[in-house]
Design a protein around this ligand. Structure first.
Ligand code: AP5
Ligand code: MG
Length: 218
């Protein structure tokens, strides 16, 4: 049983790696961003709040996302562990998670600003499922078509330059301090922490993560 957090800036590859690792370990991955995008579709009461916040590139309120994530990780399919993608993003979120359920391992994808812009601008998504491609680095088999369903791919609404800038600002303000918080947890031997250079290829990063998990945890 293993519980993992994928940490990193927008576009660092959290979702891509969480998805690959989830298949390898046969445990679910829970994407905070995806949960919020699904909420927009199904929750009349909160959809405007979520939509406006995401489209400004701001983080939603801590209490709001904490409640949604806790609901998800208490589901039956998470009994054997899970991978969290994009949660926690603030120290307050991490402390709250810590009180509910201990995490074994944090994988931090460390990225450079220029890589991020190129990745986000080239990203294509299959909206109903959240499946992600990149027009150059991870293209679908057929141009602009989802490999599984044959549906047309689209762009995420918050993948615009102006919004990306704000997402990166929020990362600097709220999530960078969290990285140091986790490093400190590692020093106190409360958690395993792995930092990887996210500019390497998708396969190379995946291999490093799997080697690490096999060495440290399994
Ligand atoms: P979220 O959906 O989590 O967005 P994000 O954090 O900005 O991260 P991304 O999904 O953009 O990037 P990723 O790291 O998953 O990269 P990916 O694998 O797709 O959150 C959206 C919004 O929801 C937030 O802005 C906020 O408003 C709200 N929110 C979410 N969580 C919250 C929280 N905890 N608290 C408060 N608010 C929250 O890769 C990107 C692209 O690059 C893809 O095209 C991919 O194919 C490609 N790629 C991936 N890896 C590589 C590689 N190694 N080499 C080349 N290309 C690669
Ligand atoms: Mg993602």
């Amino acid at each position: 049983m293993i519980r993992i957090i994928m940490l990193g800036a927008p576009g660092s590859g959290k979702g891509t790696q969480a998805n690959l690792l989830s298949k390898y370990l046969k445990i679910p991955f829970i994407s905070a961003g995806e949960i919020l995008r699904q909420e927009i579709k199904k929750n009349e009461l909160t959809k405007n709040y979520i939509k406006n916040t995401i489209n400004q590139g701001k983080l939603v309120k801590n209490n709001f996302i904490i409640r949604l994530i806790k609901k998800n990780i208490q589901e039956k399919n998470c009994y054997n562990g899970f991978i969290l993608d994009g949660f926690p993003r603030t120290i307050e979120q991490a402390q709250s998670l810590n009180k509910t359920i201990p995490i074994h391992c944090v994988i931090h994808l460390n990225s450079k600003y220029l890589d991020i812009i190129e990745r986000i601008e080239g990203r294509l998504i299959h909206e109903p499922s959240g499946r992600t491609y990149h027009k150059t680095f991870n293209p679908p088999k057929k141009n602009n078509i989802d490999d599984i369903t044959g549906d047309l791919l689209s762009k995420r609404k918050d993948d615009k330059k102006r919004i990306i800038k704000n997402r990166l600002k929020e990362y600097d303000i709220y999530t960078k301090p969290l990285v140091n918080w986790f490093k400190n947890e590692q020093i106190q031997k409360k958690i395993e922490y792995l930092e990887l250079d996210s500019s390497k290829s998708i396969n190379r990063i995946n291999k490093k993560i799997i080697d690490y998990i096999n060495r440290k945890i399994k």
